[in-house]
Design a protein around this ligand. Structure first.
Ligand SMILES: [Zn+2]
Length: 600
């Protein structure tokens, strides 16, 4: 991730026109000195979304969303902080100033990126101009891909023949060496300088990273009898299958809101769904879903829906995805499963039904817990005592991997209900399943655990924020206020007031509000007589890494929101445990998901 110069970020909001930036996305109407529109972040009929040019901010009186130009673009375009800054600057014709001394970008990466763009243009041009393009055009038509969608995904064509791409670069040694590194040219066995093209006679799908750069290609045969049906670029310095999701860039770019992300099996599924107006879909590329994929997805959505074909392979893949998900579930993240009827995939299904019916299937997808229990039940002879014992053992082994305590407890209670046993009995079985030497979060406070991990990751990763307990979140917020007293304001004070054990934080916010330039030492001075607290505050006042004011604000607010959510969840966990049926549980989980925490 590039590091953007701190002064540049601070200065950027003074140099851009927030009205122009927002108006491009949400048409604004002038209302006195300000501008108004219906809010893009919540459903409404009368406009309560206001843009105030004199302050260069927006605010919605309906849902509480507010902030500056970068905040708006981040939320509306579903971008991370750096990408949002780049977008705001780019659209305003300002070039971004990076901190060059922080992380020098390898010069070869620039070259690789430029080359991939060129190769992508080449494949696209072949789809337009090749003499044999008619067979690929008719294939695309047969699959129902419109010209518009083909352009959206920048589809291309690799012609028949072994050296079409190679011959384009035959005189350029550097390019040939780079193309080999990118996996697009393959060195012939036993020869030292003779190459052939990896992709031949295939429909080409460029693979974009989250920023929209082409980092790899996938190719599909035009006749089903040819094999392999799909071929991907190998792992390269730009492309790692376990870190990339096909369609994520398009999902962010073309979705108005991301209420969920559907994880499907192939490129064609993603494209077919876009064709039918469902833009929140991504596909893994020849690999099972990895924890990293889940981490990436959870930055864009609260609900991940795995969608698999209803055959045995699909069920096995879904089960594998479930196993990967268990340890990744955090507060606020919902994982669901949609298994299609036998013989169907999203592409065929959505064409046979309708987008509306397919969307309903997504809404009604099975919860993780329901899929978990159903699957284990199908593996044992449940009606017998032995079967129930096996059920308990199998469920315990899986539940023990869940680190999110509230959810773990729900699963334990679910198992108890299904086998008609005491919760205590089930808990015991799960604890027996705990491998020696492995901690659960009961053994060690999350605070300590996270300090052994990469410090930067810990501070900037929103998934981590979700994992930290209330005490950890409180420490985090205190540390931010000590280091960035200007974060304190009325809204923050009002929100923090309702959190449990927020007395110290409240006092700090109060002092910081009176003087936003106050030093750390002055802030903690009132606690001098309370030795324990004073020492802890001194520890918390030391902070790394160095963040910009805006990044710090983001981090602080995400901790505040996480703390509010945790408190709310504690309140609702009673409701969940009283749910008697799957439908009730689903309703409560959905209510939790829908409940919005006001943002600043
Ligand atoms: Zn709103």
């Amino acid at each position: 991730m590039p590091f953007i110069n701190r002064d540049f970020i601070n200065d950027l909001s003074n140099r851009v026109d927030i009205v122009g930036l927002i108006n491009k996305r949400v048409p604004l109407k002038k209302a006195g000195k300000d501008y108004k529109a219906c809010c893009p972040f919540h459903e409404e009929k009368t406009p309560s979304f206001t843009v105030v040019p004199s302050k260069q901010i927006f605010h919605c009186f309906g849902c509480g969303e507010s902030g500056g130009a970068i905040d708006f673009i981040k939320k509306f375009d579903h971008l991370d902080f750096v990408a949002a800054v780049e977008a705001v600057a780019g659209e305003s014709g300002i070039s971004v100033v990076y901190d060059k001394n922080v992380k020098p970008i390898d010069a070869s990466f620039k070259r690789f990126n430029a080359l991939m763009t060129k190769v992508n243009d080449y494949y696209k041009s072949r789809l337009k101009d090749s003499s044999s393009k008619s067979k690929v055009v008719s294939y695309a038509k047969k699959r129902g891909i419109s010209g518009e969608i083909a352009r959206r995904f920048e589809l291309g064509y690799a012609e028949e023949g072994w050296v079409n791409l190679y011959e384009n670069y035959i005189d350029d040694e550097q390019a040939i060496s780079d193309l080999e590194k990118m996996g697009l040219l393959v060195l012939k066995k036993d020869k030292k300088s003779d190459y052939y093209d990896r992709f031949r006679n295939r429909l080409i799908f460029p693979i974009h990273n989250a920023k929209g750069n082409v980092i790899a290609f996938g190719g599909r045969v035009l006749k089903d009898k040819d094999s392999p049906k799909y071929l991907n670029s190998p792992e390269t310095p730009l492309f790692s299958k376990s870190n990339e999701l096909y369609g994520l860039y398009h999902c962010r770019k073309y979705s108005r809101r991301i209420d969920y992300i559907l994880v499907v099996e192939g490129y064609m599924d993603v494209i077919a769904l876009h064709q039918q107006g469902i833009t929140c879909a991504v596909a893994t590329m020849g690999t099972a879903t990895t924890p990293n994929h889940l981490k990436i997805l959870s930055r864009s959505t609260d609900t991940i829906v795995f969608c698999f074909d209803g055959d045995n392979a699909g069920r096995a893949a879904a089960w594998k995805a479930l196993q990967t998900s268990l340890s990744m579930i955090t507060s606020g993240l919902i994982i669901k499963f949609l298994l299609l009827p036998e013989g169907e995939d999203p592409d065929t299904m959505i064409k046979r039904e309708s987008p509306t019916l397919f969307s309903r299937r997504i809404e009604e997808a099975q919860t993780l817990s329901s899929f978990l229990f159903e699957h284990i039940k199908s593996e044992v002879q449940f009606e017998t005592i032995e079967g129930k014992t096996q059920f308990l053992e199998k469920a315990s082994a899986l539940i023990h991997q869940v680190s999110y305590q509230v959810y773990k407890q729900q699963l334990i209670e679910g198992v108890a209900k299904i086998i008609g046993q005491d919760v205590i009995h089930v808990e015991k079985a799960i604890n027996q399943n705990k491998p020696v030497g492995q901690y659960t979060s009961d053994d060690i406070s999350t605070d300590q655990r996270s300090s052994t991990e990469n410090q930067e990751d810990n501070i900037t990763d929103p998934v981590r924020t979700r994992n930290i307990n209330m005490k950890g979140l409180m420490s985090k917020m205190i540390s931010y206020i000590l280091n960035y007293p200007s974060l304190a304001n009325d809204v923050v004070e009002e929100r923090a007031k309702h959190l449990p054990e927020s007395k110290v934080l409240m006092e700090l916010i109060h002092s910081a509000q009176i003087d936003s330039d106050i030093t750390k030492d002055l802030l903690i001075q009132p606690f001098e007589n309370k030795i324990k607290i004073y020492k802890r505050l001194q520890e918390l006042s030391v902070m790394e890494p160095f963040l910009s004011e805006n990044e710090a604000k983001d981090e602080f607010l995400s901790a505040l929101t996480a703390a509010e959510k945790q408190q709310e969840r504690k309140r609702t966990s009673k409701d969940i445990s009283s749910a008697k049926t799957n439908a009730e549980e689903k309703k409560i989980m959905d209510d939790i998901r829908r409940r919005k925490t006001p943002n600043l």
